[in-house]
Ligand binder design. Structure first.
Ligand code: TXA
Ligand code: MG
Length: 334
């Protein structure tokens, strides 16, 4: 298949909308990561998503909308908490999970009685969704297990020849996937993202917890899988222990690796290969997946350090960043 590379002008948006309605896959930018869009009302289209990504079909998909009124067509039993999030937070880098209506098939929800819904903040994303005119399922537009793409060039790397079109928009501003907030029962976060637990707790006037056990089935099957992984081995250090990091680097070098330290302050590592992770939570999130994809081509072992006492952890995206790093290293800590 020859993949079309489309732009945000009237003619290309029209083409993209027609492709979606015809049941084709079109990748598009959002403020979090690029998504791989399919018509949520067309099961054959949705099924193509799993094949293109090489993704297990027991991992449910998020349905993307451009107008809040669409929520009421696909979900029901909207609680007061849900209404508050819909009215006061969306559009934002957040996904809400609600009891589904029959129009949403089990293929999308992997058999769950709930549906995940997201209205992106990105203007480009909403232009694309409006052009489609139907609810659009969209996982991140990467091959399953790889770091999510935050610019269209990375989508091309993973998806060229496998999908009908890519909307070439701006690089993503947030850089990590949306916060997934389950509102089908007591509110709880199934995946941390840039909309923080602290903010949601304040908004709803109650404690909103982050479910953080990747081995549990909970209600978010997707978080069971090893995710976001670079192609080379990666480990994570969590105390900003410079001495330990240096020792580990030297051991790996002695074993014949060409390792890199991915750290808060690269200048402290005595000339060893070290790359800065970012200055604050937003900066780290914004560069994270792109840096993983760069480092894996230049080095053969990534030694990451992310510490709860660093300024990178304070701030709304801190928890989401830590979550992605833990999954990227496959829970291998040093
Ligand atoms: O930022 C994002 O959310 C991006 C962009 C493209 O919008 N999309 C994205 O989709 O990250 P994906 O497929 O990579 O992640 C979807 C997450 C998974 O963790 C999945 O398990 C969860 O949402 N999910 C989907 N439907 C669910 C449901 N009914 N109940 C619980 N979790 C659900
Ligand atoms: Mg994903």
């Amino acid at each position: 298949m020859k993949t079309k590379y489309l732009h945000f002008n009237e003619r290309d948006l029209d083409t993209a909308g027609r492709l979606i309605r015809k049941g084709e896959l079109v990748a598009f930018p959002t403020e979090t990561v690029y998504g791989l869009g399919a018509n949520a009302l067309d099961l054959q289209a949705v099924s193509k998503t799993y094949a293109a990504k090489g993704r297990p079909s027991d991992n449910p998909l998020i349905v993307h909308i451009y107008d809040k009124s669409q929520i009421y067509d696909i979900a029901e039993q909207i609680s007061d908490d849900a209404r508050k999030v819909i009215d006061d937070v969306m559009p934002a880098p957040i996904t809400i999970v609600l009891p589904k209506r029959a129009v949403i098939s089990d293929t999308i929800t992997a058999g769950l009685p709930t549906v995940a819904i997201r209205m992106p903040l990105s203007e480009e994303a909403r232009q694309f969704l409006r052009a489609a005119g139907v609810p659009v399922t969209a996982p991140s537009a990467n091959i399953s297990g790889r770091p999510s793409p935050t610019n269209w060039q990375r989508v091309k790397e993973d998806m060229d020849g496998k999908i009908s079109a890519v909307m070439c928009g701006e690089p993503c501003r947030v850089g990590i996937e949306s916060t997934v907030l389950d509102l089908s029962d007591e509110p709880r976060i199934l995946r941390p993202g840039a909309v923080s637990a602290e903010y949601l707790s304040r908004l709803l006037g109650k404690q909103v917890y982050v479910l953080n056990d990747p081995t549990s089935k909970v209600n978010s099957p997707g978080i069971r899988y090893r995710h976001y992984a670079p192609k080379v081995p990666m480990v994570l250090e969590q105390n900003d222990d410079v001495e330990k990091l240096c020792r580990y680097f030297d051991e790996k070098t002695a074993e014949g690796y060409h390792p890199v330290l991915w750290v808060h302050e690269p200048l402290r590592f005595g000339g060893r290969n070290a790359v800065e992770m970012g200055l604050d939570d937003g900066d780290v999130a914004n560069k994270m997946f792109e840096t993983m994809r760069k480092l894996e081509t230049q080095y053969d072992f990534i030694i990451a350090s992310f510490c709860r006492r660093s300024p990178c952890y304070d701030g709304p995206a801190g928890q989401g960043v830590e979550d992605r790093l833990i999954r990227a290293c496959g829970h291998t800590f040093i």
